[in-house]
Design a protein around this ligand. Structure first.
Ligand SMILES: NC(=O)c1ccc[n+]([C@@H]2O[C@H](COP(=O)([O-])OP(=O)(O)OC[C@H]3O[C@@H](n4cnc5c(N)ncnc54)[C@H](OP(=O)(O)O)[C@@H]3O)[C@@H](O)[C@H]2O)c1
Length: 311
C-alpha cells in the first residue's frame, strides 16, 4: 500500500512517500481503508523526536492519528463492526498511524462517522474533538452558565472547544489574532480577544474554566483570569500545583487517549448541527511536506486534512 513513513526522527525531509506492507489486523482489529487523515501538532512533534522519551517508537513509522474511512475487513474477535461500515477514529498513538491507504485499529477505538459530513471533514474531528471533550466535559465538568476562556479559538482544538462549550450553554471568551476574529465569532464565541492588540489577562476575569492550548507565558497569565475555585486545564504543559494554590484555583493537565464513546457523542453533535468542523487546508498525501509546514507554522485556522483514498 501507499504510505508516508519516517525512518528516523528529523525535519520535514524525513517524510517519505513509499510502498509499505499492508497492516495485519489482530483478532480485535478492524482493517480500515483510509479515505482521509488529518494533521495534528503531535505528528511533527513526534517526527522531530521531541516526544521520544515519552513515546518509544521503532522505525519505519507511519504518523497521523486521525482517520476517517471504510472498514475493509475485521478480525475474528470483532463484534461491533462489519466490512462496509463508514468509521472514524483517533487510534492508539503507539501503533502505526493513518498517513496510509490502510490502517489496523482496535475496534474499541473506532466509532461510526457522522452521517452528515464527508470523510475529509470527519477525519478532522477525532483527536481535536476528544481533546476538547476531555478538557471541558471530563476534567472541568462544564455546565450551562459557566464562563470559559479558550485560548487559540481559531486552532484545531480551539475551534471545536468554542463550539462544544457553547453547546453546553457556557459563556465563551476566546483569544485569536486579528485576521481570525470573524471566524471565531462565527463559531459562537460571546467575546473575542485579539491577542495581538489586547492583553487578555487585563480584560478577562472571573472565569470558571480556562482552556490552555498555548502554554508558557499564556498559561502563567491565565491564573489572573480565573475566579477563586476555578480550573485551568492545559493540553500543553502541566500547571504548577503551587501556582494553583496561590490563586485558590485548580490546575490540570490532559493527554488524550482513544475514546470511541466520545466519538459517538461528537458524531451526534455534528449530525444535530451543533458542531461543524473547520478546515484550514486540504492536501493530497503526496503534499505531506506542505501539510506539515502549515501545521508547524502555528497559523492554521482550523484543521489540516489529507485526502488519501476514494470516498
Ligand atoms: N495533550 C493532548 O492530549 C493534546 C491534544 C491535542 C492538542 N494538543 C496540543 O495543543 C496545542 C494546540 O493544538 P491545535 O491542534 O489546536 O494547534 P493548531 O491548530 O496548530 O493551532 C494554531 C492556532 O493557534 C493560534 N495561536 C497561536 N498562538 C496563539 C496565541 N498566543 N494566542 C491565541 N491563539 C494563538 C493561531 O491563531 P493565529 O494565527 O490567529 O495566531 C492558530 O489558529 C498543540 O501544542 C498540541 O500539540 C495536546
Amino acid at each position: 500500500m501507499k504510505a508516508v513513513r519516517i525512518h528516523a526522527y528529523g525535519g520535514q525531509e524525513v517524510l517519505t512517500l513509499e510502498d509499505a506492507p499492508m497492516p495485519q489486523p489482530g483478532e480485535k482489529d478492524v482493517l480500515v481503508r483510509v479515505v482521509a487523515s488529518a494533521i495534528n501538532p503531535v505528528d511533527w512533534k513526534i517526527r522531530a523526536g521531541y516526544l521520544k522519551d515519552m513515546l518509544p517508537y521503532s522505525f519505519p513509522l507511519i504518523l497521523g492519528w486521525d482517520i476517517s474511512g471504510v472498514i475493509e475487513a475485521v478480525g475474528s474477535g470483532v463484534t461491533k463492526f462489519k466490512p462496509g461500515d463508514a468509521v472514524y477514529s483517533r487510534p492508539n498513538i503507539l501503533r502505526d498511524g493513518g498517513y496510509a491507504e490502510f490502517i489496523a485499529i482496535d475496534e474499541n477505538e473506532v466509532a461510526l462517522k457522522p452521517k452528515t459530513i464527508t470523510h475529509a471533514s470527519a477525519a478532522s474531528l477525532p483527536l481535536a474533538g476528544i481533546t476538547a471533550w476531555d478538557v471541558l466535559v471530563k476534567t472541568a465538568a462544564i455546565k450551562a452558565g459557566d464562563r470559559v476562556l479558550i485560548h487559540a479559538g481559531s486552532g484545531g482544538v480551539g475551534s471545536l472547544a468554542v463550539q462544544l462549550a457553547k453547546a453546553f450553554g457556557a459563556h465563551v471568551v476566546a483569544t485569536t489574532s486579528t485576521k481570525n476574529i470573524p471566524l471565531v465569532k462565527s463559531l459562537g464565541a460571546d467575546q473575542v480577544i485579539d491577542y495581538r492588540t489586547q492583553e487578555f489577562d487585563h480584560v478577562v476575569h472571573g472565569m470558571d474554566i480556562v482552556f490552555d492550548t498555548i502554554g508558557g507565558e499564556v498559561q502563567e497569565k491565565s491564573w489572573a483570569s480565573l475566579k477563586e475555585g476555578g480550573i485551568l486545564v492545559s493540553v500543553v504543559s502541566p500547571p504548577a500545583a503551587e501556582k494553583a494554590a496561590a490563586h485558590s484555583a485548580r490546575g490540570a493537565f490532559v493527554f488524550i487517549q482513544p475514546d470511541a464513546a466520545v466519538l459517538t457523542e461528537l458524531a451526534a453533535l455534528v449530525d444535530a448541527g451543533k458542531i461543524r468542523p473547520i478546515i484550514a487546508a486540504e492536501f493530497a498525501l503526496e503534499d505531506i511536506v506542505k501539510a506539515h509546514a502549515l501545521s508547524e507554522s502555528g497559523r492554521a485556522d482550523g484543521k489540516i486534512v489529507l485526502h488519501i483514498g476514494k470516498p
